[in-house]
Design a protein around this ligand. Structure first.
Ligand code: DX5
Ligand code: ZN
Length: 216
């Protein structure tokens, strides 16, 4: 059964408490929190202050996706804010191994995200050090974009790499996940489905999360 991680980027920011309450009641496993700096991606979202608010509003896992340059400057602040998993972008880290060690030494799980153009093979020598790979299935920056079909191929290749090395690394798919494509994503080998607009634009978000959870 996949881990369902609704992305709060698509929530109603004037009613965040209500949206948190809804997710807490739902079968959602993780809160996916998208941090954007307006430099690594062409959009600005929120920082540690809001992550702290989410932390206080849930006991579920806070999965923080940093779409920022120089993430080492903020890792400690996100730990203090209550992040359980901290994911950095491979494309933003010249010294990725150092970034991962920093995240782990702060006591968080470490994830690496890659953009649609980045081959999964580039992660071969870091896979043994991390807990999660976030495969971007859209170009990061905005919710509500269409799933890039080539991602399916990347999931299969990454699954093989993880299994070959007998590792316990989760594959998270982020962007354009819908009720219609979730099964093919899971069949390809994904463990975690991020879903923003599919959940928050649904007439019944709790039911939509339950339907995603049922897909095997
Ligand atoms: C995009 C973010 C995603 C986004 C997903 O840069 O990383 O987490 O919120 O939104 P949907 O599910 O609407 O594509
Ligand atoms: Zn994300």
């Amino acid at each position: 059964m996949a881990i369902i991680a609704p992305s709060l980027l698509s929530a109603d920011f004037l009613q965040l408490q209500a949206d948190c309450d809804m997710l807490n009641k739902s079968k959602a496993d993780w809160f996916h929190l998208d941090v954007m700096d307006g430099r690594f991606v062409p959009n600005i979202s929120f920082g540690p202050m809001l992550v702290e608010f989410f932390r206080k509003s849930t006991t579920k896992v806070c999965d923080v996706h940093l779409m920022i340059e120089e993430p080492e400057r903020y890792a400690e602040a996100f730990k203090k804010a209550g992040a359980d998993i901290l994911t950095v972008h491979q494309e933003a880290c010249t010294h990725l191994h150092r970034n991962i060690q920093q995240i782990k030494s702060l006591g968080m799980k470490a994830g690496v995200a890659i953009n649609p153009h980045t081959p999964v093979e580039l992660l071969k020598d870091i896979l043994g050090d991390i807990d999660l790979v976030c495969l971007m299935s859209v170009n990061p920056g905005f919710g509500g974009q269409a799933f890039i079909p080539h991602t399916i191929n990347k999931i299969k290749r990454l699954r093989e790499m993880i299994d070959e090395q007998l590792l316990d690394v989760k594959i998270e798919i982020d962007g354009g996940v819908t009720l219609a494509n979730a099964k093919s994503i899971i069949d390809a080998g994904a463990d975690v489905l991020v879903a923003g607009s599919t959940v928050f634009k649904a007439a019944d978000p709790i039911d939509t999360i339950a339907q995603l959870k049922k897909i095997v």
